[in-house]
Structures are given as structure tokens and as C-alpha cells.
Design a protein around this ligand. Structure first.
Ligand code: GLN
Ligand code: ZN
Length: 761
């Protein structure tokens, strides 16, 4: 039985690639040094897979920034604005141009904005969106995949080059010129694509993996035709290349027939996300097609349950025979950390339930060994699975009982927004267009140092508390002097908006080195939710109470919402995700109640990641959104009418989920809108969104200081769209990534803009 790995992480087990790239960008290391780092990483990855005994070892899964951008470089999909820069380079396909597209370019008289970035399907990985325009002439322009194949071959491994399939590549891109359609694009791109395949074949490639995750999404009839055209053309040009059509992140569903008709040698399916699709595929798989079973989870960090995988594998081998079946991870291992062995501080129990990339490769091999008769491997695995079911902390009866006892009333505030609004106004006495910020203030070197000194034991808890208190004191009086109406404590004590809460909740574990790539050189280290979640004690009350004691103005309590905590963690796979979300919601609910009891009149529960959990298939989106909204509501519902609940969301695009945002029933929602010039508010106006909103009036992602008039204009536009009494004035998001001087100037201008617009209303 052939073993297959669709892709391996590339950032380096010690984030070597991240560091090398950042050093290269900063001019601290040479291009040669950067390329050497990359080569060593690739070598190590191929060796790891080779030594493990994997048959289909990926190449071209390495990337200096992003695999979609690699494809754009390969095919010549260079946006018009980069053409002049490109001509200015001696080698028009050098890494310099590549990084310019990835990160923007402000040098030598050029001022080019980066290529747009967006989420790769439903993952937390972000890719660079291909921009298709008139100016482009497509042909094979970067031989990266060929060079990497040859590099591996020289080291003794005949790899399986991985390419983004032509249709997914097009569907994930953006057409920028009128008259260009996907169908014409395919016709224009195909020759370049075929050239690329020819170069790989000529270099000696045998199997080629074509990633087509778009096959698990809702496709238009015209897109289905693209698949047929593309793959027929590829097959005609290369009758002998072995094509491995690779799908992941969901079920083929209504695209099953389409996928099975394509002239490819093998199909890879994700049986972790969608085990139910196996039987229909087995029934219809053409005789000459092999099936790669993605049974090891490439999206999560749990050890595989071999018995469950074997049940699937045995069904496949019974129907197809062992020689037509491949064993694989569900998708590329890009989405999990490198090596569990590097974790030396994890709780031993939790650790033995987990597997990272290296261990997952081993699991594929172990399944093969078990099929060949190694019963000891299976028995050992079953023992771990059994132990996990009953280990302490996994199922906490009090938590389960509390969740079971939740009633529909627990999801709703006592009275409607219309009844709450006047009561809150009376209590808070805020002016029209109240000004506020989203929560965090600049995280200076000193503040970071303070937290790390506490962690390392370099300072006492008392010293730390004193210094954080001083930072809060300063922030409060500073906000008063700026004239802001609703203040925040500044979040100086928080490293990260999820980790801070995870560290104080039961059921969470933290890795030391569990990094996964988010985009480019950016990595995240998600917490692990392994057991029932509950809150042993208040998490934020002391700091909020302290901040409120310093001023007569309201200070917002500041919490992260249940969906965002869920979305940015590795979540346990032994109960429905939404049960875990509701457990977190109950913990946040207790915190909300405690804040209210401590005299905090405004409590903000951030849900920036609410939209991120949206399922790929439209038919499942509504159910998800309802559950997500329920989790939010459960966490904020118990407060009195006079307590004002805020939420905050960013990453724009709310138009299509506005009914669900309204269903959250937050008294106030602040959100990212400034880059879209309040366009977003049109959807709110059309919907007649009833509650209060704070559309961001300036973009916090850049150090640029916005002017009074410019923000005033946006506010006026907002007041045309929504009743002024329902509007707040605030930046787009938290200010933690900014510096103090620009923050001060920007907020000063913002307060001034609010004052001026108030006079005109
Ligand atoms: N309260 C958080 C902050 O201000 C919100 C961050 C976010 O939306 N991503 O940093
Ligand atoms: Zn935000």
C-alpha cells in the first residue's frame, strides 16, 4: 500500500525560515544565506519523510512566502503595477520581485502596495490572491518547482511535485480587468501550465499532485466545465504523467461525479472532515483510478484513533483491493506544528494524546504496519484512546451538568434593545457620538519586558502588579486629557487576546514551540483545548475595577468572546465543537457577571473571528452562524438592562451575515470600516440595523495619522446612513501594534472630529 503526504510544514521546527526571511528583509543577511537556510530545511524535510518510509514525498510544498504566490510567479501572473519594477531587475523573476508582491515595495522611487491577502479556505493560513489583468502575458516564468524536484533527486529522493491545480488557482484569484472571464483565463493560462508540467516531466517527475480544494465548495456549472476542460487538456498533453487530484477540507458532495470523471490516476479525499463521503466514492470510483485516503488529521494536533481509521481503510480495500488504496494525511501538514518531541513542559497526559507533523507521518506508517499484522501498535494506540476518554479534566461532570441545564432564557437579555437603550443612556450620560477605543494601547518594549520578566521570575508578582497599575493609571489620565468619553484600561497585562484567557481557564494547555504559519513569516501558537472548560476564578475583574476606581468616566470591561477563543485554538475532537464553544461561553458569562457586580457599566466581548468559522458550503453556513451567535448571547445575556454590552469585529465583510450580527443583540458593535469608506454601513442602513454601532473612522494598521476633516467626513457619511443617536466614534481595531506618538495625534484628531460633527447635527 502506497503512503502519501500531501505537504509538510516549511517554516522550520525552530522557525528558521521566519527568522531568515525577516533578517533578509532587514538587510541583516545575504540572499545566499537565506537560500541556504531554505535548502537545508527542504533537505531536512525530505530526509524526515524518506527515513520514515513515505512513498509519495512532496516537493514544491516549500515556499518563501506562500504557495499561491509561487504559482503566480510560475505562470507570470504579475499585476500591472509591478511590471515596471520587474523590468528594473536584471533577473525579472528574482526573489526581490516576489517579496515586493508579498509585502509591498517602497524603495527606489517605487510605492507599490502588496498583493491582497485572504484566508485559505477555512484555515487560519492566508494566501496572496492572484490578480488577473489585461497587462499579463502568461508563460512559464519561474522554474522553482522544477529546481526543487531536481534538488531532491540529487539527494536521492524522487519527489511528487505539488502544484495548485489550475481551476482552484483561478477560482481563488481576482479578475481585475473587464472582459476577462474565468473561461478565457483558463485558455490563456493553460499553455503556461502545460509548459510547467512538461518541465517537471522532463526533469523526471512521475507523480504530480494537483491541489483542487475548490472541489469541496459550491461550484457554478461554468466552473465545473473549467475542470473538465483543464484536466482533459492536461491528460491529452501528458498521457503518461501520473496525476494525483487532491481535495481536502470537506466532502466532494455534489462534485463527486465531476471529480470521478476527470482523467486522473488517483484521487485524494479528506476522510477526517468528511468520512461519510467514502462509501459513495467507493461505489463510483472508475476502475483505473486509485484512491488516497486522508485519514490522519492534518488540521489538528490529536493522535489518530487507529481503530477508526482502520475501519475506513478496510472498507476501501474490500471494495478496491489494497493496491488501489493509498494511506495519507487528510491535507498538507502545513497547518500543524513540527514536532511534539520538542515540547518538554506539556502535561504528560495531554502530550500523549497529541501528534504534530513528524508524529503524523509516523502514524501513516504505523497504519500500514498494522495492516501488515503489527497488532502491538494497534493495542498501544487503543490504550491511549481509552485513557483519554476517562482521564481527569476531560469530562468534568459539573461543567457538563451546567451546560445540560441551560434553558432558552439564558440566551436572552431580560428586555429588548429598545427598552434597554434609554435606561443605559440615563445611567451613562454620554454625549451624542460618544468617543472610545477598542481596548489595547501600544505594547511598548517596556510593557512586553515586564510580562516576560514576570514569566521568567526576574521580578516579583508585586513588582509586576505595581508596574502594570502604573501603566493603567497613566493610560486613564491620558485618555481623560484627550477627552475620550468611554475609557479602557489598555490591556497591558495581555500577551494575546486568546492566550490570556486560556491561561486562566481549565481545560487549556499551552505548547512552547507549537507554531504554525499564518502568513509569510507570521506564525501563531494556538492554545490546545483538551478538556471541559471552566473558570476557577475571575480573570479580569481586579484590573478593570482598579481602572474604574481612577476615573469618573465609564471604563469598559474587556473580554474575548467564546467563538474567537474557539476559532484561534486547537480544539478537542471528542465532542462537537459547539459544545466546547458553549462551555467557554459559560465561563465568559461568569466573568461578565462578576464585572457587572464590580461596578463595570460597559462590558465589551470581542468576536473578531466569528466569521472565520463559516463553513465552506453555503448549506451549512446558517446553522453555524446561529450556533455562533447563541454562544455569544449566552456569554453576555445575564446582565441588567442598564449594563451596556459591546462587541467588536474586524476583517470587514459583514454584509452577508448582517442578520446574524443583529441577532447577537449587542447594545453596541464597533467594527472595521474605514478602509471601505463606510461602504459597510450601507448594508447596516439597508437592514435598518436597530442597535448602536461604532464604525471605525481610521485604520490602525498603518502609522499614518488621519486628519480631523477626513474623519469628520466619514462620520457625516455614517450619520446619513444611520440615526446619529446610535453612532459611536472609534478607531478600526485595538492599538497594540501602534506607537504612542501617532496614537495620541490620531485620537486627538478623532475627538476633535466628533466634536465638530456633533455641532452640525
Ligand atoms: N480588544 C482587542 C484589542 O483592542 C481587540 C483585538 C481584535 O479585534 N483583534 O486589541
Ligand atoms: Zn479588531
Amino acid at each position: 500500500m502506497i503512503t502519501n503526504i500531501p505537504g509538510y510544514p516549511r517554516i522550520g521546527s525552530q522557525r528558521e525560515l521566519k527568522k531568515a526571511c525577516e533578517n533578509y528583509w532587514a538587510g541583516k543577511i545575504s540572499l545566499e544565506k537565506l537560500e541556504l537556510t531554505a535548502r537545508l530545511l527542504r533537505k531536512e524535510h525530505w530526509e524526515t519523510l524518506h527515513q520514515a518510509g513515505i512513498d509519495l514525498i512532496p516537493s514544491n510544498d516549500f515556499s518563501f512566502y506562500d504557495q499561491m504566490l509561487d504559482m503566480s510567479m510560475a505562470l507570470g501572473v504579475i499585476p500591472a503595477r509591478f511590471q515596471e519594477l520587474r523590468r528594473s531587475f536584471a533577473n525579472p523573476h528574482c526573489l526581490e520581485l516576489y517579496f515586493a508582491m508579498a509585502r509591498g515595495y517602497q524603495k527606489n522611487g517605487f510605492d507599490l502596495t502588496a498583493v491582497e491577502m485572504t484566508k485559505w479556505f477555512d484555515t487560519n493560513y492566508h494566501y496572496l490572491v492572484p490578480e488577473f489583468d489585461h497587462s499579463q502575458a502568461y508563460s512559464l516564468q519561474s522554474r522553482k518547482s522544477v529546481q526543487e524536484f531536481q534538488e531532491a533527486l540529487q539527494q536521492g529522493t524522487r519527489t511528487k511535485p505539488v502544484l495548485i491545480g489550475p481551476v482552484t488557482y483561478i477560482l481563488c484569484g481576482k479578475i481585475k480587468s473587464a472582459g476577462v472571464t474565468r473561461a478565457t483565463l483558463l485558455q490563456q493560462l493553460l499553455p503556461a501550465y502545460l509548459e510547467l508540467l512538461a518541465a517537471l516531466r522532463d526533469a523526471g517527475a512521475d507523480w504530480i499532485q494537483l491541489d483542487e480544494p475548490s472541489l469541496v465548495t459550491d461550484l457554478e456549472p461554468a466552473d465545473k466545465i473549467l475542470y473538465q476542460l483543464a484536466y482533459t487538456a492536461i491528460r491529452e498533453a501528458f498521457p503518461d504523467l501520473k496525476l494525483l487530484l487532491t481535495t481536502y477540507f470537506g466532502a466532494l458532495e455534489d462534485n463527486t461525479e465531476l471529480a470521478l470523471q476527470l482523467p486522473v490516476n488517483a484521487l485524494h479525499i479528506d476522510l477526517v472532515r468528511a468520512p461519510e463521503q467514502l462509501d459513495s466514492i467507493l461505489k463510483a470510483l472508475p476502475d483505473n483510478m486509485q484512491l488516497s485516503l486522508g485519514v490522519i488529521d492534518g488540521r489538528n494536533i490529536w493522535k489518530n484513533d487507529y481503530a477508526a481509521s482502520l475501519a475506513l481503510i478496510n472498507r476501501a480495500t474490500a471494495a478496491l483491493g489494497a493496491d488501489r488504496v493509498m494511506l495519507a494525511t487528510s491535507c498538507s501538514l502545513l497547518h500543524v506544528p513540527y514536532n511534539l518531541e520538542d515540547e518538554t513542559a506539556l502535561n504528560a497526559d495531554v502530550k500523549q494524546w497529541m501528534a504534530f507533523a513528524r508524529q503524523k507521518v509516523q502514524e501513516v506508517i504505523s497504519l500500514k504496519k498494522i495492516l501488515a499484522g503489527d497488532t502491538a501498535l494497534l493495542a498501544a494506540n487503543q490504550q491511549v484512546m481509552e485513557q483519554r476518554k476517562t482521564a481527569p479534566g476531560i469530562h468534568v461532570s459539573a461543567v457538563k451538568a451546567r451546560l445540560a441545564g441551560v434553558t432558552p432564557d439564558d440566551f436572552s437579555r431580560a428586555h429588548s434593545f429598545t427598552e434597554r437603550q434609554p435606561l443605559q443612556q440615563e445611567k451613562l450620560q454620554l454625549p451624542l457620538l460618544p468617543t472610545t477605543t477598542i481596548g489595547s494601547f501600544p505594547q511598548t518594549v517596556e510593557i512586553r519586558q515586564l510580562r516576560s520578566n514576570l514569566k521568567k521570575g526576574h521580578i516579583t508578582a508585586e513588582q509586576y502588579d505595581q508596574d502594570i497599575s502604573a501603566a493603567i493609571r497613566e493610560a486613564i489620565s491620558w485618555q481623560e486629557s484627550l477627552g475620550l468619553d468611554v475609557l479602557v484600561h489598555g490591556e497591558f497585562e495581555r500577551n494575546d487576546m486568546v492566550e490570556y484567557f486560556g491561561e486562566q481557564l481549565e481545560g487549556f494547555a499551552f505548547t512552547q514551540n507549537g507554531w504554525v504559519q499564518s502568513y509569510g513569516s507570521r506564525c501563531v501558537k494556538p492554545p490546545v483545548i483538551y478538556g471541559d472548560v471552566w473558570r476557577p476564578q475571575p480573570m479580569t475583574v481586579a484590573w478593570s475595577r482598579y481602572a474604574q476606581s481612577l476615573t469618573g468616566k465609564p471604563v469598559k470591561g474587556m473580554l474575548t468572546g467564546p467563538v474567537t477563543i474557539l476559532q484561534w485554538s486547537f480544539v478537542r475532537n471528542d465532542q462537537p465543537r459547539m459544545d466546547t464553544a458553549l462551555q467557554i461561553a459559560l465561563a465568559i458569562r461568569d466573568e461578565v457577571k462578576d464585572l457587572e457586580d464590580a461596578g463595570i457599566a460597559i462590558i465589551q466581548v470581542d468576536e473578531p473571528a466569528l466569521r472565520e468559522g463559516l463553513p465552506l458550503r453555503k448549506s451549512q453556513q446558517d446553522a453555524y452562524l446561529q450556533q455562533a451567535v447563541d454562544a455569544f448571547r449566552l456569554s453576555v445575556a445575564p446582565v441588567q438592562d442598564t449594563t451596556q454590552i459591546h462587541t467588536h469585529m474586524c476583517y470587514a465583510e459583514f454584509n452577508d451575515i448582517i442578520a446574524h450580527i443583529a441577532a447577537m443583540d449587542a447594545d453596541v458593535i464597533t467594527m472595521e470600516t474605514s478602509r471601505s469608506q463606510m461602504e459597510l454601513l450601507e448594508a447596516f442602513a439597508q437592514f435598518r440595523y436597530p442597535n448602536e454601532t461604532g464604525p471605525g473612522v481610521y485604520d490602525i494598521h498603518s502609522p499614518r495619522v488621519p486628519g480631523v476633516a477626513e474623519m469628520g467626513k466619514l462620520l457625516q457619511r455614517a450619520a446619513e446612513l444611520l440615526p446619529a443617536r446610535n453612532l459611536w466614534v472609534n478607531p478600526d481595531c485595538g492599538l497594540k501594534t501602534r506607537k504612542w506618538p501617532e496614537t495620541e495625534m490620531s485620537l486627538r484628531n478623532m475627538v476633535q472630529a466628533a466634536r465638530e460633527v456633533r455641532k452640525q447635527l
